[in-house]
Design a protein around this ligand. Structure first.
Ligand code: 6R9
Length: 695
C-alpha cells in the first residue's frame, strides 16, 4: 500500500469520524479520559460551533483536500500559488525533485522560473487590497508601559527606508546580511528589507555568544551586520553591541571583514552615549535610515533564489546553514499558517517565539504577514514582571491565536492557575504548541486552564529544515488527542520506517521520514551540499529523514517521541551534544567530555555533562562554575549544562567508543536499566561514576 493510502485508510476507519455531530454525546468540547485505558484514546472533540465556521470543517473536508494534495500536488499547490503575486508565472513544471541518493544529486525545486518577491506579497499586496491601515505589528516592550504599532502602510515605509540604506551601502541581490537583534520591530523590518532587495538574511538568535556569532560570520561572510545596542530581558540589561564587537573583531583577525555594523539605539535599554563605538564601521540606525526614501523598487527574484540562511545544530560540532528559497517557502508558510490556525481576517495573532529561530521566521514574520494578519511582538521574558504577563498581553491586544512552546506552558503551570485566571482571556480562539512533544498533562492544563476548555490546540510538528508545519491538527476538522501532533498537513507524506528503512504500516513506531518533497523544504546546507545529502537523505534512501522517532496509533495519529540522533532539545532549542562537548574540552583543564540529555520538568530536556579532567587537576566547585561558563561563552546561556558530573574516566568500548547509552542511564538514575556492560574496556568505571553522582 502506498503511504497515501494508509494515511487515508487510517482516517477513514477512525471510529471518531463523525457522520454528523449528532452522534457525539456532548456537544461542547469535552475530554473523555479517566475511564479509558490509555492516553491514546483520549479524544477532544471540536466544538461544533467552532467547526461550523472553520476553514476545514470536517474530517471529510480534510480528506478531500488531502487526497487532492497527494494525487495532484502540482494542481493543488499551483492553485494556491496563483492567489499570490508573481511578476512572471513559473515554468511548465511546478515541482522537480530527486530525494533518492542512489539516483544522483538530491535536488528540490518548486515554481522554478517564476518571478516573485515575498516582501511584496507580505506588504504591497495587502496594501493594494485595501488593508494598508490595518495594524501589521503591535510591539510590546519589556516594560509594561512601553509599546508601539505599525500599520501595513507604515511597515512598508520602514522596510523601504532600510532597503534603500542597504542598497546605498552596496548590498546586492544574493549578498548575505547577518541580523543580531532582539524582538523589536526592527527585526521583522530587517528581514523584509533584505527580502525586498533579494539579499539573503541570516538571523542569529540574540542569545548566542560572541563565539557562535563569529562562527556564523566566518561561514556566510555578510556584507553588513545589523544589531542594536542592548535589550532588557526582565530586569537584566544585555549589551548586544559588545557581543557583536567581540565577534567582529575575532572575524577580522581571521580574515573576514565586515565593513558596516548598523546599530539601532534601543533607547529603553541603553542610551547612545553608553554604547561602545568603532568609528568608520559602526552607524546608528536612527542617524541614517530615517533619511532614506520611503519607497523602494522590488527586486523580482526567481522562486528558487535564496531567501534566508538559518544556522541550526546537528550531530557534529559545526552548525548547519539551512538554506530556504523564495517561492515554495512563501506558499508553504502562508498556507500552513492559514489552515493550522484557522486564520480569519479578524484574528490577532501572537507567537512567543523569537525571530532568531525558524518559528519566528515562518510564523512571526512571513506566514502571518502573507495572510495580512495583525501580529503581536513581545520583547521581554514571559514571566516579567510576573507569571501573568502573557495573559496581560493577551487581554491588552485581544489576542485570538496564541502560539507557544511546551516549556513555557510547563513553567507557567508550575506557577499556578491564579496568574492565568485573574485575566479574562476570552478573546482566545486557537492555541498552538511547538518545539518539542507536549506532554499530555501540560496539554490538558493549556487546554483547560488557559483556553477554558474552549480553544483547540494545534500541536505543530516541524523543523528548521521543513520550513513549515508537517504534522499538525487542523482546528475544527477532527478530534484531538492530548500529546499527539495528529495528522499530516496537505501535501505531506510522513512515513515511519524501521532500522532497515522499510516502511511500516498500521500501528507502529520507528524513524520518522517524509516521502516526496513539499514546497517549504530546505534546498541545501549552505556551502555543503554533501553534508545535506549524507545527513538527511542517506540513512534511508528515497526519503527525507527527520532525526525524530515517532509512533502511529490505530487511528493514524502521530506521536513524536523525540530525537534519535545526538541532538538534545532544551526548552525547544536544538543543541548538539557535540557542540557542548567541544566547548567543554576547550577549557584548559578539561580532557574529555560526554554530554547527554536528561528529562527536565520544565525544559523538557536538560543538559548533563560528564567531564574528565587533565591529569592531576582536582575537581572543585570553582572548576564546575568555570566549565559552565565556558559553554555560556562559546554557545550561549541557553546551552549551559544543568549538571556537571566529574568522571575520572568514561565508560568506553575496547575500541574506545564512549557508551552514551550507559551515561544516559546514570544521568537519569535508572541504575537497574544499565543493560549489558560487559563490552566495556573497564566495567568498574560504571560503579565509580555512580558513586560520584551525588558529589
Ligand atoms: C519548529 C522547530 C526541530 C525539532 C524536531 C523535534 C522537535 C518540534 C515538535 C517537536 C514534537 C512537536 N519538535 N516541534 N517534537 N512535537 N510539535 O522547533 O524547529 O528548532 O529545528 O527543532 O524539534 O525533535 O526535530 P527546530
Amino acid at each position: 500500500a502506498t503511504n497515501k493510502n494508509h494515511q487515508l485508510r487510517h482516517v477513514e476507519s477512525m471510529n471518531i469520524l463523525p457522520s454528523g455531530a449528532g452522534n457525539i454525546p456532548e456537544l461542547n468540547a469535552v475530554i473523555l479520559g479517566e475511564s479509558l485505558a490509555s492516553e491514546e484514546h483520549d479524544l477532544v472533540f471540536p466544538n461544533p460551533k467552532f467547526s461550523q465556521h472553520a476553514l476545514v470543517s470536517s474530517p471529510q473536508k480534510y480528506l478531500e483536500m488531502y487526497t487532492r494534495s497527494i494525487e495532484d500536488p502540482a494542481g493543488f499547490w499551483s492553485d494556491i500559488a496563483s492567489e499570490f503575486y508573481w511578476k512572471k508565472k513559473w515554468g511548465q513544471q511546478v515541482c522537480s525533485q530527486n530525494l533518492d541518493v542512489t539516483k544522483g544529486r538530491i535536488n528540490i525545486e518548486w515554481f522554478k522560473g517564476g518571478l516573485t518577491n515575498i516582501c511584496y506579497n507580505c506588504l504591497d499586496k495587502n496594501i493594494e487590497s485595501g488593508n494598508g491601515d490595518k495594524i501589521a505589528l503591535h510591539w510590546e516592550g519589556n516594560e509594561l508601559n512601553i509599546d508601539g504599532s505599525l500599520t501595513y502602510k507604515q511597515l512598508l515605509e520602514k522596510v523601504c527606508q532600510l532597503a534603500n540604506f542597504l542598497k546605498d551601502n552596496g548590498v546586492k541581490k544574493g549578498d548575505t546580511v547577518i541580523v543580531y537583534l532582539p524582538m523589536i520591530m526592527e527585526l521583522p523590518i530587517t528581514m523584509l528589507a533584505c527580502a525586498r532587495i533579494g539579499a539573503v538574511h541570516s538571523v542569529v538568535f540574540a542569545g548566542y555568544s560572541a563565539e557562535s556569532l563569529h562562527q556564523r560570520v566566518m561561514d556566510c561572510k555578510p556584507k553588513i551586520v545589523i544589531t542594536c545596542n542592548a535589550v532588557m530581558r526582565g530586569k537584566k540589561v544585555i549589551n548586544l553591541k559588545e557581543i557583536v564587537d567581540a565577534a567582529l573583531s575575532e572575524s577580522s583577525q581571521n580574515g573576514v571583514f565586515v565593513a558596516t555594523c548598523l546599530t539601532f539605539e534601543n533607547e529603553s535599554a541603553m542610551k547612545k552615549e553608553d554604547t561602545k563605538w568603532l568609528k568608520g564601521r559602526d552607524v546608528w540606525w536612527q542617524d541614517v535610515v530615517p533619511k532614506c526614501s520611503t519607497t523602494c523598487d522590488v527586486e523580482w527574484v526567481d522562486a528558487e533564489d535564496p531567501l534566508f540562511l538559518l544556522y541550526t545544530s546537528g550531530s557534529t560540532g559545526k552548525p548547519k546553514g539551512v538554506l530556504h528559497t523564495t517561492g515554495g517557502y512563501m506558499i508553504y508558510t502562508a498556507t500552513t499558517f492559514k489552515y493550522a490556525f484557522d486564520y480569519k481576517d479578524t484574528d490577532i495573532y501572537w507567537c512567543t517565539a523569537d525571530c532568531g529561530w525558524i518559528t519566528g521566521h515562518s510564523y512571526v514574520t512571513y506566514g502571518p504577514l502573507l495572510n495580512g494578519a495583525t501580529v503581536v511582538l513581545y520583547e521581554g521574558v514571559p514571566n516579567y514582571p510576573d507569571a501573568g504577563r502573557c495573559w496581560d498581553i493577551v487581554d491588552k491586544y485581544k489576542v485570538t491565536i496564541f502560539y507557544t512552546a511546551p516549556t513555557l506552558v510547563r513553567s507557567l503551570m508550575r506557577d499556578g492557575d491564579d496568574y492565568v485566571t485573574r485575566y479574562s482571556r476570552k478573546s482566545l480562539r486557537v492555541l498552538g504548541s511547538v518545539g518539542e512533544p507536549i506532554n499530555p498533562s501540560a496539554w490538558r492544563w493549556f487546554f483547560n486552564v488557559v483556553g477554558d476548555s474552549r480553544c483547540p490546540i494545534s500541536d505543530t510538528w516541524w523543523q528548521t529544515e521543513t520550513g513549515g508545519f508537517m504534522i499538525t491538527p487542523i482546528p475544527g476538522a477532527w478530534p484531538q488527542k492530548p500529546g499527539s501532533a495528529t495528522l499530516p498537513f496537505f501535501g505531506v507524506q510522513p512515513v515511519i520506517v524501521d532500522e532497515k528503512g522499510n516502511e511500516i504500516d498500521g500501528e507502529c513506531s520507528g524513524y520518522l521520514c517524509v516521502k516526496n518533497s513539499w514546497p517549504g523544504a530546505f534546498r541545501t546546507l549552505y556551502g555543503d551540499h554533501e553534508r545535506y545529502e549524507t545527513t538527511y537523505f542517506s540513512a534511508f534512501p528515497g526519503y527525507y529523514f527527520s532525526g525524530d522517532g515517532c509512533s502511529r496509533d490505530k487511528d493514524g495519529y502521530h506521536w513524536l517521541t523525540g530525537r534519535v540522533d545526538d541532538v538534545i532539545n532544551v526548552s525547544g532549542h536544538r543543541i548538539g551534544t557535540a557542540e557542548v562537548e567541544s566547548a567543554l574540552v576547550s577549557h584548559p583543564q578539561c580532557a574529555e567530555a560526554a554530554v547527554v540529555g536528561v528529562e527536565h520538568e520544565v525544559k523538557g530536556q536538560g543538559i548533563y555533562a560528564f567531564v574528565t579532567l587533565v591529569d592531576g587537576i582536582p575537581y572543585s566547585e570553582e572548576l564546575r562554575k568555570s566549565l559552565v561558563l565556558v559553554v555560556r561563552n562559546q554557545i550561549g546561556a541557553f546551552a549551559a549544562p544543568d549538571r556537571i558530573h566529574w568522571a575520572p574516566s568514561l565508560p568506553k568500548t575496547r575500541s574506545g567508543k564512549i557508551m552514551r547509552r550507559i551515561l544516559r542511564k546514570i544521568a537519569s538514575k535508572q541504575l537497574d536499566e544499565l543493560g549489558d556492560i560487559s563490552t566495556l574496556a573497564d566495567p568498574s568505571v560504571v560503579d565509580q561514576l555512580i558513586a560520584l553522582a551525588d558529589s
